[in-house]
Design a protein around this ligand. Structure first.
Ligand code: GDP
Length: 263
């Protein structure tokens, strides 16, 4: 994961006509960046908030979130980019956001919110390859840009916002588990966070729950056969990382109800 400095993010946005901010539909307020939104606004460019991974939340919840963001004056759509659902609406919103043609789009967001998946889905068939190859449909003579359908071009560098906040917030914002100083502590906090919104989440995802984070991680390690060689105690740290990866992959069913911000 290569995050950009705020200086390079600003340089990226300067080249775009419209910015699509990807957020995770399970935790939209924790995965949006007000700092990014303000930066784009001061440059006088429109922001479209794309609530991605909408397949992980009920439709009414995704719809309510779009109303909340529109109430704040942002254009907002929900989509499930991995399933290519909702991309037509996003394309329409991009075209309506500006009169500039062709329109150059920057997709910006925290890690793991689905920027690459959104770009690929929006590009349609041309999105199969990840790098522009001369002569392919995705190739364009405009350097640094991918050609999408119609008059849409994408900056080939997604804007990756560096995850900020406390350790749990950083995790919600896509910080990779191996980069965390205390994965067990963070996994325990994430366990409590998720359980608050779906008490059955762990039972549903793993087929068991102990009701308490540390005993849950121990039991997960035991069931997976992860033990220290020295004393055969369960490898809690491995279990913690597995849980954090499963959260990122959307394997643990939960979502924050519309309008709720956790801190
Ligand atoms: P990026 O780091 O923001 O570029 O995010 P990626 O595009 O690499 O996606 C991060 C993870 O989220 C990957 O495992 C994707 O498969 C997954 N993902 C992306 N879009 C969706 C979606 O619409 N629904 C679900 N459930 N997962 C998605």
């Amino acid at each position: 994961m290569i995050t950009l400095s705020w200086g390079s993010l600003a340089a990226l946005i300067r080249r775009a006509d419209v910015v699509v901010e990807t957020v995770d539909a399970r935790v939209p307020l924790n995965t949006r960046s007000r700092r990014l939104e303000r930066l784009v606004e001061t440059m006088g460019k429109p922001v479209i908030i794309a609530l991605n991974k909408a397949d992980l939340v009920p439709r009414e919840v995704a719809e309510e979130w779009t109303r909340i963001f529109r109430g704040e004056g942002y254009e907002a759509v929900y989509l499930a980019a991995r399933e290519h659902k909702g991309t037509r609406v996003l394309r329409k919103k991009i075209n309506r956001a500006t009169d500039v043609r062709p329109v150059v789009v920057a997709v910006v967001g925290y890690p793991k919110t689905g920027k690459s998946t959104v770009i690929n889905a929006l590009r349609g068939r041309a999105g199969a390859s990840t790098s522009p190859v001369p002569g392919s449909p995705g190739f364009t003579k405009r350097p640094g840009l991918y050609r999408g359908p119609g008059q849409i071009y994408f900056l080939d560098t997604p804007g990756v916002i560096p995850p900020d906040g406390n350790p749990l917030e950083k995790t919600l914002r896509g910080a990779p588990p191996e980069k965390l100083k205390d994965p067990v502590g963070v996994a325990a906090e994430l366990y409590k966070f998720i359980k608050k919104y779906n008490p059955e989440a762990f039972e549903e995802a793993y087929g068991f729950d102990t009701g308490e984070p540390y005993s849950f991680l121990e039991e997960l390690a035991r069931r997976r056969g992860w033990f220290y060689k020295s004393d055969h105690e369960p490898l809690v740290e491995e279990a913690a990382k597995a849980l954090l990866y499963d959260y990122h992959k959307g394997k643990i069913p939960f979502y924050v109800p519309p309008g709720e911000y956790w801190r």
